[in-house]
Write a protein that binds this ligand. Structure first.
Ligand code: NOJ
Length: 758
């Protein structure tokens, strides 16, 4: 409200350090580190700050660490603290043995890997999982990923990615939790818990996690990969940082810097973010790793004159480990010896790295993650497959269901399945799955074939890509070959229902996969329209790693199911939902635009000074060519049943500051089958010292109701939900009028107002 009426609470920022139970020093460990560090030479210390890529699975430009032999030699010299993408018990053992048995001090390596949505048994891509809004299932999924990776000798994952992004052109939205900081924070916590368990690492099946990419990578200009980001204080503090802060509070062990610059400073040299905010204000005790060669990349950015300067800027800013950049070992030693870099920066970095190694139990037993028997038992187990099937079903979002075209009847129907993605066993695995074997997903077709009651025919009709892509090749869509159209049209004409599996190949999203056009790529739109001409009874099964613009389909096609890339069990999950054995409950974690020109489009935008409707005149906030609303809003998703919201209540009309606000709503399942609904609560602060978004998600609950059942759902709101960061980076809660909105999407239907702190 008015400036004079606001009161500032410093709870969020400074209390974080004070009450952060998960970032506490253990005096015994610190003592052990003191003793070890007192024996280390400067070279050995800088060695701990060096990470090499293994000898395969390159996930960046050509490695600079040298040949395998040179790397082995450097491990022996104590010049390597960590390896990435070494995997499998025997391989990890081979390198770990060198570090432990052939170096002067025997300090074990920490082995890192991109365990992004599973190791060998794959869960849905992270964006899909976010659509489940099911925190327990998300935690379980990370736990399974951790257990398989740990059983393969890995100690540390480069995930979860928690970059908030409002730009579906950016390929990496598939790795995150979407556009919202509240949902993103809850999911970040669930994933950290899944990977790290209770943070004691007593179990050899939990691994250290990494909050990445710190910070602002989801806001790169034009969604162009590795680009610059210009970010306001408002956006940085209220949108981008909250999930990272939440992950630190949950006890995360490492943080990875991002490739972008933020307001002109490369994130890897951002002293303010790394030292002042992350390490000091938030009390983070783990270590910071650069992204792949991002220290070296400060040279082409035009920030560092040469490698010496790059090393100096990065270490001074607080980047503790150099991922495959080859910068710290050759330059940092001399920089310290000549007094150009303070020894204390190196000591701080090494202490942090050693701390995590101690916490992981690597000093007690460097081979504790290396057990061949466990490796065989755990990786790909039946239990793991069942768990990823569960989260896969929960990730599916029903976007449209006119005349209840879904679920499919179990018998007596003539169904034709079209599109090469239907038979793909590779694309459903999605991007970032370097430990999984190609072609190991259950395809949509295989899933459907398990239902025997209908006549099921598959006609490819369209090969969506020219050649099968890989993680390291650009996807080339088929732009010319229509030779299968006629056969597909013939089959479609005779069918009761046409299931068309269209979208993006799994390798169309992920790192370095930005697109400027997010329509159905290649000939797919044309194919869809051709089939529609002969039979409009189409169920569109979308598989994609980002929101797509599908305005034509949204208008014409009666059934649309958003199936993303669901991992190993894709086909089984999709078939169960299509046939109604699982009632979909997913809700979009990112807005679907009508077309690419609306981007960035997001639900928690500001109001404008010209909010009036088009009846007034032309000078109002709108587009001349397209409705300004999204095609499908954040939080949207249907079910095979229907829900009715009523009786929204706030326990009082007016609250004193610090008082808890209790909001309740009745939810009724008004349909014929049991279903789950994500009940969402949004808040709007009507007047504030900084303009507030029209609504912000501040609570959600997943409720399951039998047909006809009513449940009362209750939320408690505190200052943490009511406040925001102002331009002075302070968390403030201002007195005033708040509007609370509750419903099944960000277009929440019911609303009420209450006064707070007046
Ligand atoms: C670059 C990516 O940006 C990062 O997310 C990943 O963890 C590293 N490469 C290692 O593969």
């Amino acid at each position: 409200m008015k400036f004079t009426q606001f009161f500032t609470i410093t709870m969020m920022m400074s209390l974080t350090t004070m009450i952060n139970a998960q970032q506490q020093l253990n005096p015994e460990t610190e003592k052990k580190i003191d003793i070890l560090m007192s024996k280390m030479t400067l070279e050995e210390k800088v060695g701990q700050m060096n990470q090499y890529n293994g000898f395969w699975d390159v996930t960046g430009p050509a490695p600079v660490g040298g040949t395998a032999e040179q790397k082995y030699e450097n491990i022996k010299k104590g010049l390597v603290g960590s390896m990435l993408t070494v995997r499998g018990v025997s391989e990890v053992k081979a390198v770990q043995k060198i570090a432990v048995e052939q170096t002067r001090l025997g300090i074990p390596l920490i082995i890192g890997f991109d365990v992004i949505h599973g190791y060998k048994t794959l869960s849905p891509i992270p964006l899909a999982e976010a659509a489940s809004w099911d925190l327990k299932a998300i935690e379980k999924s990370a736990q399974i990923a951790a257990s398989e990776a740990a059983a393969s000798g890995i100690n540390w994952t480069f995930g979860p990615m928690m970059d908030i992004s409002r730009d579906p052109r950016w390929g990496r939205v598939m790795e995150g939790a979407g556009e919202d900081p509240f949902l993103g924070s809850k999911i970040a916590i669930a994933r950290v818990k899944g990977f790290q368990g209770d943070n004691t690492f007593k179990s050899p099946l939990r691994i250290a996690a990494t909050a990445k990419h710190f910070a602002g990578y989801g806001f790169v200009d034009g969604a162009l990969e590795y680009n610059a980001a210009e970010i306001s204080t408002n956006t940085l503090y209220n949108q981008i940082l909250p999930p990272f802060n939440a992950a630190v509070d949950a006890g995360i062990k490492s943080v990875m810097t991002s490739f972008n610059t933020i307001n002109g400073i490369p994130a890897t040299a951002d002293r303010y973010l790394l030292r002042d905010v992350l390490k000091k204000k938030w009390g983070f005790l783990g270590f910071v790793i650069s992204d792949w060669a991002s220290i070296k990349e400060m040279i082409p950015w035009g920030f560092s004159k040469d490698e010496n300067e790059a090393a100096k800027s990065a270490v001074e800013a607080g980047t503790d480990m150099d991922m495959e950049g080859g910068i710290y070992v050759p330059y940092l030693i001399d920089l310290v010896k000549t007094g150009k870099v303070k020894q204390e920066h190196v000591d701080d970095a090494v202490r942090r790295i050693l701390r995590v190694k101690f916490e992981l139990g690597l000093f007690d037993d460097p081979y504790r993650f290396l057990d061949e028997k466990r490796e065989k038992e755990i990786i790909g187990s039946k239990a793991n497959r069942e768990a990823v099937l569960d989260i896969a079903k929960k990730s599916i979002v029903l976007l449209k269901n006119d005349q209840n075209i879904l679920p499919l009847k179990k018998s007596g129907q003539n169904i034709v399945v079209l599109g090469s993605l239907a038979e793909s066993k590779n694309s459903p695995l999605g991007s970032w799955r370097i430990a999984a074997d190609d072609d190991t997903a259950v395809s949509v077709l295989e899933g459907l074939q398990k239902y025997k009651g209908n006549s099921l025919k598959y006609v490819k009709g369209l090969e969506i890509t020219k050649v099968e892509p890989t993680f390291l090749t650009e996807v080339q869509y088929n732009m010319t070959d229509r030779s299968g159209f006629e056969e597909a049209k013939k089959a479609a004409k005779e069918a009761d229902i046409v299931v068309m599996v269209l979208g993006e190949h799994g390798f169309s999203s992920g790192e370095a996969r930005s697109r400027t056009n997010i329509d159905l790529p290649g000939l797919q739109q044309e194919f869809l329209e051709e089939i529609y001409k002969v039979n409009s009874n189409i169920v569109l099964v979308l598989t994609n790693g980002r929101p797509l613009s599908i305005s034509w389909a949204a208008e014409k096609i009666p059934g649309i199911l958003e199936c993303w890339q669901l991992g190993t069990e894709t086909g089984n999950a999709v078939a169960e939902v299509l046939y109604g054995d699982y009632n979909p409950s997913g809700k979009l974690p990112m807005t679907f635009p009508r077309n690419v020109g609306q981007i960035p489009i997001y639900y928690n935008h500001y109001s404008t000074g010209r909010f009036m409707d088009k009846d007034n005149n032309v000078f109002w906030s709108h587009y001349s060519d397209v409705d300004k609303t999204p095609l499908y809003p954040f939080g949207y998703g249907l079910s095979y049943t229907t829900f009715e919201y009523s009786n929204l209540k706030v326990n009082k009309k007016s609250f004193a500051k610090g008082e808890k606000i209790i909001v309740s709503v009745d939810l009724k399942n008004t349909g014929k089958v049991t279903g789950k609904e994500v009940v969402q609560l949004y808040l709007h602060d009507e007047f504030a010292s900084v303009v507030r978004p029209v609504k912000e998600l501040k609570g959600f609950e997943l409720a399951e109701l039998k047909a006809g059942e009513t449940k009362t759902i209750t939320f408690a709101l505190t200052d943490a939900e009511l406040g925001f960061y102002n331009h002075q980076h302070e968390f403030v809660v201002e007195a005033g009028t708040f509007k609370v909105m509750v419903g099944g999407s960000s277009n929440a239907g019911l609303s009420m107002k209450f006064e707070y702190g007046n």
